[in-house]
Design a protein around this ligand. Structure first.
Ligand code: S3P
Length: 426
């Protein structure tokens, strides 16, 4: 895709819906594939990452139909996956890679799995270690990187304290636990997104959360349930921040998933002075509501500790909010950002500096001294969808013209991002 040019924006006004939740879309296909019966998924995110998940399960013999309205997964049962003829390719998707490790650990076939250049740099040792403790045959380059080789094994339940608050790691262990000969428990250092636990419960699995301990009892089978995927709060986040920083804006985002393990962005933006209201709140397997944001005078905040996993994917765009907020924002305890699709701390510090922001990198985050006017610049994306969208939001509130180099990378999680922005008057 050619570079996109953006100038200081007119007020953003209107009502939008953003695409389906990425984490829930992945899990809907995976768990639907392992269930007995047919799963109809509405609101599925047709982004490249979730399409990688579909592709992997098709390679293991699962029939998956993609129509205009829904994705239909014909489940094969817990023991029905077939050995893939080729290596599994997970593209840019950490969720596909890590959750599949847990599922593949319990199969009675061997296969290889790899992904793009970014995936090959992301740490897999955190998943390999507990799965080996459970009895799985799994290895990677230097014991830590893709390509991974996975073979079947007889799995035992474990009780495992997670060294990082990672929903991908937690989910990989719980999914291997489906195949274990006893209970599996994970102990979280801080709450991470709980979509796996919620969805497995809905499919009839006994998953008990007691404080920071999550215990799964292996089931005989999962029973298929239709799944309605809410809009992704991580995609809504770009418009929440844009609404706050573009003068005169007022916009509503419909049907957004507001699972409490994902709403750290709302807590922090409100703490920074943002005018965000929730309406039409509905509770189901996942709570949803409409979010309305109005242009706000933001001030700096400290973002650290247990809230970090609740807004881990929103930190790049929160750094943009901080650059337009009066005073200092300190982000701490966010070292996980260095091992996402790109090193998101280094990327945001470099790109915000190009716009004239006063921002410096720290060992586990950054310090942003905001409030001075920023100017347009030519922004790199680091092949990272969230960096591209964060810098596009930044560009809307900078003086002069900006360029987003390689904007096509947004297709990983939000293919229509720039169309939605234009539709709002951006
Ligand atoms: C995800 C969990 C998070 C998040 C990622 C999706 C998931 O990763 O950054 O985009 O679907 O479980 P970690 O759990 O490794 O922090």
């Amino acid at each position: 895709m050619n570079p996109i040019h953006l100038t200081a924006s007119a007020p953003l006004r209107g009502e939008i819906t953003v695409p389906g939740d990425k984490s829930i879309s992945h899990r809907a296909v995976m768990f639907g594939a392992l269930a007995k019966g047919t799963t109809h998924i509405t609101g599925f995110l047709m982004g490249e990452d979730c399409l990688s998940t579909i592709d992997c399960f098709r390679k293991m013999g699962v029939q998956i139909e993609v129509t205009e309205r829904e994705v239909i997964v014909h489940g094969v049962g817990l023991h029905g996956l077939k050995a893939p003829a080729d290596d599994l390719y997970t593209g840019n998707s950490g969720t596909t890679t890590r959750l599949l490790c847990g599922i593949l650990a319990g199969q009675d076939f061997s296969c290889r799995m790899s992904g793009d250049a970014s995936i090959q740099k992301r740490p897999m040792g955190r998943v390999i270690k507990p799965l080996r403790e459970m009895g799985a045959q799994i290895d990677g380059v230097d014991g830590n990187f893709c390509p991974l080789t996975l073979g079947g094994g007889k799995l035992h339940g474990i009780r495992y304290p997670l060294p990082v608050a990672s929903a991908q790691l937690k989910s990989a262990i719980l999914l291997a636990g489906l195949y274990a000969d006893g209970e599996t428990a994970v102990i979280e250092p801080a709450p991470s997104r709980d979509h796996t636990e919620r969805m497995l419960r809905a499919l009839g699995v006994k998953v008990v959360t007691d404080g920071n301990v999550i215990t799964l009892t292996p089931p005989a089978e999962l029973s298929a349930q239709d799944i309605a995927v809410p809009a992704d709060i991580s995609s809504a986040a770009f418009f929440l921040v844009a609404g706050c920083i573009v003068p005169g804006s007022e916009l509503t985002i419909r049907n957004v998933g507001v699972n409490p393990t994902r709403t750290g962005i709302l807590d922090v933006l409100r703490d920074m002075g943002a005018d965000i209201t929730m309406s039409n709140i509905r509770d189901g397997a996942e709570p949803v509501c409409d979010l309305t944001v109005r242009y706000s005078h933001l001030h700096g905040a400290e973002i650290s500790g247990g809230i970090i996993p609740r807004l881990i994917d929103e930190l790049p765009v929160l750094a943009v909010a901080a650059a337009f907020a009066e005073g200092e924002t300190v982000i701490r305890d966010a070292q996980e950002l260095k091992v996402k699709e790109s090193n998101r701390i280094a990327a945001m510090v470099t790109e915000l500096s190009k716009a004239g922001a006063d921002v410096s990198e720290t060992a586990d985050g950054m310090v942003v001294r905001g409030g001075a006017p920023l100017h347009g610049a030519s922004f790199d994306t680091y092949n990272d969808h969230r960096i591209a969208m964060s810098m596009a939001v930044c560009a809307l509130a900078c003086g002069g013209e900006s360029t987003i180099l390689d904007p096509g990378v947004v297709a990983i999680s939000y293919p229509s991002f720039f169309d939605t922005l234009l539709g709002l008057g951006g």
